[in-house]
Design a protein around this ligand. Structure first.
Ligand code: GLU
Length: 505
């Protein structure tokens, strides 16, 4: 068999906000497609109308746009294999359901939900399969005429897949190897419902993967139990030769404790689990998003790429292109990946450092303006250059940097008690005179002059600088004193010094 063109798909059901685990699934599909020169298809699996949530599809598309994950074809992207929304493919599925029925590989069942419940009450661990199907109301157990009469009568029915017991089913998984299960544990899955004339997930998924020429199915571990059934369906249709290779990705686990990551973990520990803010149309609830929390899309991608895969080296920072080059699906872990959100914050910090001061200043400028400060881009960029290594998010800059733009109106009490000594007012008065006399107000020159003065007076440098900082910043923290004075300029520095002397003396 010649090598197939790599074609993978991300196939969400539009049932709400896209969970961050789904984003990772899409990312791994993207990386795999790009590194093989293949295509990534975006398919919407909306055959379960009960679970449809308006706005979810648009939300998913916008999420990937923000993240920079590009699809080659699919819903909203076009392509030659459409339509890509399953609800628009009813006729296609019906044809394949009939094909299985005609071949005796599926059958019609009339059991009502009540009848099924009664059976479950009667038989412990009831399963619709080789042991029980002849006791049920279906086309295998009933005379042909009765079946036809019921259908003619408009009675609702489902089509079930006929599973033969006693078989071993092999799922060849790129991460997990040869996964073997016995067909006996499977039930005769419903493939189609006459009530809404729609197939179930399993049938639509297989038919579309086949028709869209999907070569590899990369999806979350939660779909592993469906894989044997999917293998059997491929076989029932006679499509073994083009059966995709599977890869079931490890679960994302809670940051603490056991079990899989949930939205509640995010609420409890204060981190987002959705790419974008999500407004639930039913409950009105608003859930936080990575975008709105101030994460850079590149940081989110980098963080997610390493949840379940690692390059086997020390490298942690990867551009999307580097990930395309280095990602290896066969090296994904089988065990769940802990969702270490602190690491996500660390990644954002690293991306702040790597972005230019100008780029961060562009993002910071509206915050500065929003606080009523009118500053030039140049000066905002200067502040960013001094302060960005102290933050993980742009929004953290303002509380740390506001003193550059606005003189303190009060002085932190604790710092005053500790740093403003009995002689501070006098010493600061002298310092003001020294500063007044400096003509070349460059950082280097000021530093030289002030330090020479401190030494000539025999003052303790720490004491002088602490009081000086308190006067200019209002608290005991901040960047280097001469960075601050050089930025403020002589006039503003003197103003702040004299004001502090007056207030604190
Ligand atoms: N519609 C399924 C989902 O929501 C697709 C699973 C698969 O990729 O086969 O994840």
């Amino acid at each position: 068999m010649s090598e197939r063109k790599v074609r993978v798909r991300f196939a969400p059901s539009p049932t709400g906000a896209l969970h961050i685990g789904g984003v990772r699934t899409a990312l791994y599909n993207y990386l795999f497609a790009k590194q093989h020169g293949g295509d990534l298809v975006f398919r919407i699996e909306d055959t379960d109308s009960n679970r449809f949530v308006p706005g979810a599809e648009e939300y998913i598309i916008e999420s990937f746009k923000w993240l920079g994950i590009k699809f080659d074809e699919g819903v909203s992207f076009g392509g030659n294999y459409g339509p890509y929304r399953q609800s628009e493919r009813r006729d296609i599925y019906k044809k394949y359901v009939d094909q299985l029925l005609d071949a005796g590989k599926a059958y019609i069942a009339f059991d009502t939900p009540e009848e099924l419940d009664a059976k479950r009450a009667e038989i412990k661990n009831f399963q619709y399969d080789a042991h029980t199907r002849m006791q049920m109301r279906n086309s295998l157990a009933m005379p042909k005429e009765e079946v036809e009469a019921l259908i003619a009568d408009g009675k609702q029915y489902v089509v079930r897949f006929l599973i033969q017991p006693g078989e071993e089913i092999h799922v060849n998984d790129m991460i997990r190897g040869d996964v073997v299960i016995k067909s006996d544990i499977l039930d005769d899955k419903v493939l189609y419902k006459s009530a809404d004339e729609l197939p179930t997930y399993h049938l639509a998924n297989i038919v579309d993967d086949h028709l869209m020429e999907i070569s590899h199915v990369i999806r979350g571990e939660e779909w592993l139990p469906s894989a044997p059934l999917h293998v059997l369906l491929y076989r029932a249709f006679g499509w073994e030769d083009t059966m995709p290779r599977f890869a079931h990705l490890p679960l994302l686990l809670k940051p603490d404790g056991k079990g899989k990551l949930s939205k509640r973990d995010g609420d409890r520990l204060g981190f987002p689990v959705f790419p974008l803010e999500w407004h639930d149309p039913k409950t009105g609830d608003v859930s936080n998003g990575f975008r709105e929390s101030g994460y850079f899309p590149e940081a989110v991608i980098n963080f997610l790429a390493l949840l379940g895969w690692n390059p086997g080296t020390e490298q942690e920072l990867f551009s999307l292109q580097e990930l395309v080059e280095q990602f290896d699906i066969t090296k994904c872990s089988k065990a769940g990946a802990r969702f270490d959100y602190q690491k996500g914050i660390w990644f954002n910090h690293e991306y702040i450092l790597r972005k230019s001061n100008e780029e961060i200043a562009e993002l910071f400028a509206p915050i500065v303006a929003g606080n009523g400060v009118d500053e030039s881009m140049e000066r905002i960029t200067k502040v960013v250059s001094m302060m960005k290594d102290r933050v993980s998010f742009v929004k953290e800059l303002w509380p740390l940097c506001s003193f550059f733009f606005i003189a303190p109106t009060e002085y932190d009490e604790k710092t005053v008690r500790k740093r403003w000594k009995a002689d501070s007012a006098v010493v600061m008065g002298e310092l003001a005179d020294v500063i007044e006399g400096i003509d070349d107000f460059s950082l280097e020159n000021q530093e030289k002059v002030v330090l020479a003065w401190v030494e000539s007076k025999g003052y303790k440098l720490g004491d002088v600088m602490n009081a000086f900082r308190l006067a200019l910043v209002g608290i005991g923290k901040g960047p280097g004193m001469f960075d601050i004075t050089a930025f403020l300029g002589k006039e503003e520095t003197l103003k702040r010094l004299r004001k502090a002397i007056e207030v604190l003396k």
